[in-house]
Design a protein around this ligand. Structure first.
Ligand SMILES: Nc1ncnc2c1ncn2[C@@H]1O[C@H](COP(=O)(O)OP(=O)(O)OP(=O)(O)O)[C@@H](O)[C@H]1O
Ligand SMILES: [Mg+2]
Length: 314
């Protein structure tokens, strides 16, 4: 057993997901280090609100791309929601303002207001990641996502990406009763674009993101789980939802597995875990399942991350 396909040369993005606390950051770090050690330039990025990369790599990272290995081309980035929202506003603020202010009397503050709507940050995160990948500064990006609920929301959104803006615009325009007549001719105040061009731009971006995250050659999904009832249940749900959205999961890591038991406590745990491991094996015959044993220590610092990588890649 061992991770399959994630270190292929064609892979440009690896997304690591799973329930809270199951070892996502640990696995993402191990994968990133392994690939960097093969001589490629790697960026590991976390969108988790709790900046965990700095802890695991024992190095201050923060919201600028920071080199985290002396020898290899391994970089880290902890993106905060502030940064993501700032970029979102830069990208869409002017257009949104133009569109809305063409038929309603609003201040520019309106953009700030839309920026606080739930889901905006997750939506824009995909765009942010896509730009990083396509920017070509790195051979591969490893994305340590926030705990499952968040990730699911994010992955369900791509089809809807920006469509709420479009829908809102259409709604208002219809209300004003002239969209069909004027949308392709109304030239917006500040820009050379028409309303239709702006909306078409949003739609095109949305389609590009969906295409990007569904590309099975360049994007790999790795789900981390633990052999416990809740872990397995969440995993099944996450994988079902990803696959319903045409996103293929090829790798599952089963973490915190007790390797050998020499006392009743561990024997009981091991037996309990085996049932869930069997369930996962039965359910996911088509996927690569990799076991990561529970270590007697935390996984922190380059040496231990490298050790976890050796276990993951077999
Ligand atoms: N196989 C393992 N053996 C021992 N400790 C582990 C193992 N895997 C992870 N840990 C430890 O468990 C803790 C949680 O791991 P990690 O931070 O990777 O989880 P996470 O899924 O990223 O959590 P969160 O959802 O909070 O971001 C860390 O202290 C890590 O060192
Ligand atoms: Mg984490």
């Amino acid at each position: 057993m061992g991770l399959a396909g994630v270190d292929n040369r064609d892979v440009k993005l690896i997304m690591v997901g799973g329930k809270g606390g199951v070892g996502k950051t640990t696995c993402a770090s191990a994968v990133a280090l392994k690939i960097a050690m093969e001589g490629r330039k790697v960026l590991i990025i976390t969108s988790d609100p709790a900046p965990s990369l700095s802890d695991i790599f024992e190095k201050t990272i923060g919201d600028t791309e920071t080199k985290i290995h002396d020898e290899y081309e391994l970089y880290g980035l902890e993106v905060s929601s502030d940064i993501v929202l700032k970029r979102w506003k830069e990208r869409f603020g002017p257009e949104i303002y133009e569109v809305v202010s063409s038929f309603a009397r609003v201040d520019y503050d309106f953009v700030e207001y839309i920026g606080t709507a739930p889901g905006i940050e997750e939506e824009y995160m995909l765009n942010f990641i896509m730009e990083l990948v396509e920017g070509g500064s790195y051979d591969i990006v490893v994305w340590d996502t926030a705990p499952a609920g968040h990730t699911l929301r994010l992955l369900k959104l791509p089809e809807l990406f920006l469509s709420h803006l479009e829908a809102a615009t259409k709604f208002y325009m219809n209300m004003y009763g002239y969209i069909e007549k004027v949308k392709d001719t109304v030239r917006l105040r500040e820009s050379k674009k028409t309303l239709l061009q702006i909306i078409a731009g949003w739609e095109a971006l949305s389609e590009r993101i969906v295409e990007f995250i569904r590309d099975r050659t360049s994007v790999k999904y790795l789900i981390v789980t633990i052999p416990e009832a809740l872990g397995v249940k969440m995993t099944r749900r996450v994988i079902r939802e990803l696959e319903e959205n045409s996103l293929a999961v090829e790798n599952i890591v089963i973490n915190n597995v007790v390797e050998s038991a020499d006392c009743d406590f561990h024997r009981l745990r091991k037996t309990m875990q085996e049932g869930y491991i069997d369930e996962l094996i039965q359910a996911y015959r088509d996927k690569a399942l990799t076991i990561l044993y529970l270590a007697p220590h935390e996984i922190k610092g380059m040496e231990r991350i490298a050790q976890a990588a050796r276990l993951l890649f077999g």
